[in-house]
Design a protein around this ligand. Structure first.
Ligand SMILES: [Zn+2]
Length: 290
């Protein structure tokens, strides 16, 4: 566990977990992909975990919820919409696939153990015992992601990605491109002492990283517009895009995540009037606007 401020810590891990001490208990920010990390973490804590805040519903952020609820009667707090997916994780592969998902999509990477959410988080101050946290909207990567600010430290979920993650994946998961960009703007106007992303290093200066994230989104947009000079189906556009960025998809889970992200871009470009749809012989094609 690494200390950031007097009462604020985090555990560096595949998913960084935030730790905030109140006078009587511990608040965790996210809970990892399963119980393994929080189980170990709880042995190091000075006070029992009474609250868990989930930044969003992706399985690697809420997989430890059930353990914390069962063993510490921890209260689970999550933003609207995300809370439904945390309670019924089948919704994740359901929306990615669009129907009853096949077994290959019912994996721990897409489905955490289901857990009841006790309270829905809204934007603004959140008083937990003697500590005031601030909940900020960070939608874009997921439908209704939030960030948590406390003691001038900002736990920002998956609002942006590290340079190495971007280099590796090139096209990172986005649910709403416009909101993702607005969230980058909100972050660039902020001035916290420290930023704790869920994946990657804690840093005091995120300006360069935000620019890299914005550029990555713009690169995908530019490539899509170039490709859609020729009308393409979603599947063909996805293939062309993955080839262009040298990405190799190796399983069904990766494929649906990339496909849903491509849908996010198409939906954005459609709303921005930059592309249009054409129906031809029972096929939906996307093309740039004439
Ligand atoms: Zn995520």
């Amino acid at each position: 566990m690494k200390q950031l401020k007097e009462h604020v810590f985090y555990t560096p891990n595949l998913v960084n977990i935030g730790v905030v001490y109140t006078s009587h208990s511990t608040v965790l920010i996210d809970s990892g992909i399963d119980e393994s990390v929080v189980k170990k973490l709880c042995r190091e804590l000075e006070k029992p975990v009474k609250f868990v805040i989930n930044t969003h519903s992706h399985a690697d952020h809420c997989g430890g919820n059930l353990y914390l609820r069962k063993h510490f009667s921890a209260k689970i707090l999550a933003p609207r919409i995300e809370s439904h997916i945390i309670e019924d994780p089948i919704l994740e592969p359901f929306y990615l696939f669009g129907a009853s998902p096949p077994e290959q999509l019912r994996t721990r990477f897409l489905m955490a153990k289901p857990c009841t959410v006790d309270e829905t988080l809204e934007e603004g101050p959140l008083q937990l015992e003697d500590v005031t946290l601030n909940i900020l909207p960070l939608a874009g990567h997921s439908v209704n992601q939030i960030g948590v600010a406390v003691d001038n430290v900002f736990f920002c979920g998956d609002a942006f990605f590290s340079e190495s993650t971007i280099e590796k994946h090139r096209i990172f998961v986005v649910y709403d491109v416009k909101k993702f960009l607005e969230t980058l703007d909100l972050l660039s106007r902020s001035d916290y002492d420290l930023y704790v992303p869920s994946h990657g290093e804690v840093t005091g200066d995120i300006k360069d990283l935000l620019a890299i994230n914005r550029k990555a989104v713009e690169d995908v947009i530019e490539r899509i517009l170039k490709l859609l000079k020729t009308p393409l189906t979603t599947e063909n556009l996805l293939k062309e895009l993955l080839d262009a960025f040298n990405v190799r998809v190796e399983n069904f889970v990766q494929l649906v995540l990339y496909r849903s992200t491509v849908h996010a871009y198409l939906s954005y470009l459609l709303r921005e009037n930059m592309i249009e749809t054409v129906f031809k012989e029972n096929v939906l094609l996307w093309k740039i606007r004439a």
